[in-house]
Design a protein around this ligand. Structure first.
Ligand code: ADP
Ligand code: MG
Length: 388
């Protein structure tokens, strides 16, 4: 970390200079409220990283709170470092006007963009992604940290579609039994107890359980492509969250098995003490190997397969009638090999020499098209040569 012995903040240009001396910034990968994330290359090694550049140069009062939350983010990132599904912080540079956080690069971007591309994920893929999220969260909670901003935008994917949990900007250290009251996060993913903490004076507060609620929202969204409590009017959405009002009624849910529905039901529980803990979630039957082998009849999938089979058979049948492709070079070198040309040439030749052939004499007709020397003529020619 770019700090001197007395832990004083370095002059602005020094931190920026140090960063630019070591890294070459490239294109923008993403933007947050007060940060820009760019791909960058470490000059010495040629390795690629993602640099989160936090701008503290504006004059408003907000900058101090941004600095504080960024330093807290760095502290927590170091507490939860070393897990395969948590983003690795590689380097930090800090000054009065900028903070540079250098992370490992996740080339496949956000789970959000992946979901936008594919619309929905199969149960198998959802299981693969959710298992990694829960594994990361188990580690985060075991370190007495609550993330508070779990959503597909803050779940990154590396080259092999492995999950990397990121953005610990709202994360907080929270000892067992302690409660938080502050409202933060993203509306669609907020847990009911967190909303209540904002609304009622005598609210009980909230803890790590809010992350499990967000996991329920994420899992629901991955499976059917739309979030469970969404409503055009935000007030109605927040009321739906407080009442835990969601359903598995849409037709997409018809082809989804019971196990993922059961897990979602046990995560989207309004009363936090009755909600699954992260340890219980990783052990849910949805993640059991035995369950992976059990397949339910999926009418839509079967229909799609049947259509594909019919199309395949039709194509194979048509194959024998499909004319072979005719390359210009082949046609130039050996036109007689091509069926279409052969017909044209034969017809022309027959028009010229046809009168030689007696009607119904197949032998003579065949001889007309013979293009190798006749053996008796060949031997006659050789004997004539010998005589000379
Ligand atoms: P903020 O706290 O401002 O939301 P994030 O840490 O979430 O900042 O980063 C903002 C966006 O930048 C992410 O949603 C993502 O698109 C992109 N991003 C962040 N870190 C990386 C990374 N390591 N690799 C690739 N893209 C990243
Ligand atoms: Mg973010």
């Amino acid at each position: 970390m770019a700090r001197d012995e007395n832990d004083d903040i370095l002059p602005d240009h020094d931190a920026a200079k140090e960063f630019y001396a070591k890294y070459e910034p490239k294109e923008v990968l993403g933007r947050g409220v007060s940060s820009t994330v760019r791909r960058c290359i470490e000059k010495e090694t040629g390795r690629e990283y993602a640099a989160k550049i936090i701008d503290l140069s504006s004059e408003d009062n907000n900058t101090e709170s941004i600095r504080e939350s960024t330093l807290s983010e760095v502290h927590i990132l170091r507490m939860v470092a070393g897990h395969p599904h948590i983003i690795e912080l590689h380097d930090v540079f800090e000054s009065h006007t900028f903070i540079f956080l250098v992370f490992e690069l996740c080339r496949n971007g956000e789970l959000f963009d992946y979901l936008t591309n594919v619309v929905t994920l199969s149960e198998k893929k959802t299981r693969y992604i959710m298992k990694q999220i829960f594994d990361a969260l188990q580690y985060v909670h075991s370190e007495n940290v609550v993330h508070r901003d779990l959503k597909p935008e803050n779940i990154l994917l590396d080259d092999n579609l492995n999950v990397k949990l990121t953005d610990f900007g709202f994360a907080k250290i929270l000892k067992p039994g302690d409660k938080l009251f502050e409202v933060c996060g993203t509306p669609g993913y907020l847990a009911p107890e967190l909303l209540k903490a904002a609304m009622y004076e005598d609210a009980y507060g909230y803890d790590q359980a809010v992350d499990l609620w967000a996991c329920g929202v994420i899992m629901y969204t991955l499976l059917v492509g739309c979030p469970p409590f969404w409503n055009r009017k935000q007030m109605i959405m927040l009321r739906n969250i407080m009442e835990g009002k969601y359903s598995f009624d849409s037709p997409e849910w018809d082809c989804i098995t019971e196990a993922p529905k059961d897990l979602i039901r046990k995560l989207l529980v309004v009363e936090p003490s009755k909600r699954l803990t992260v340890d219980e979630a990783v052990n849910h039957e949805f993640f059991h190997a035995v369950h992976c082998g059990v397949k339910q009849f999926d009418a839509r999938k079967c229909f799609r397969m049947a259509i594909m089979c019919v199309r395949c058979v039709v194509r194979i049948q048509r194959l024998k009638n499909t004319p072979e492709t005719l390359s210009v070079s082949n046609a130039g070198m050996d036109p007689y090999r091509m069926k279409a040309f052969r017909k044209v040439i034969d017809n022309c030749a027959f028009r010229v020499y046809g009168h030689w052939v007696k009607k119904g004499d197949c032998q003579n007709r065949a001889a007309l098209f013979e293009n190798v020397p006749k053996t008796e003529l060949k031997s006659l020619y050789i004997s004539n040569l010998n005589r000379l």
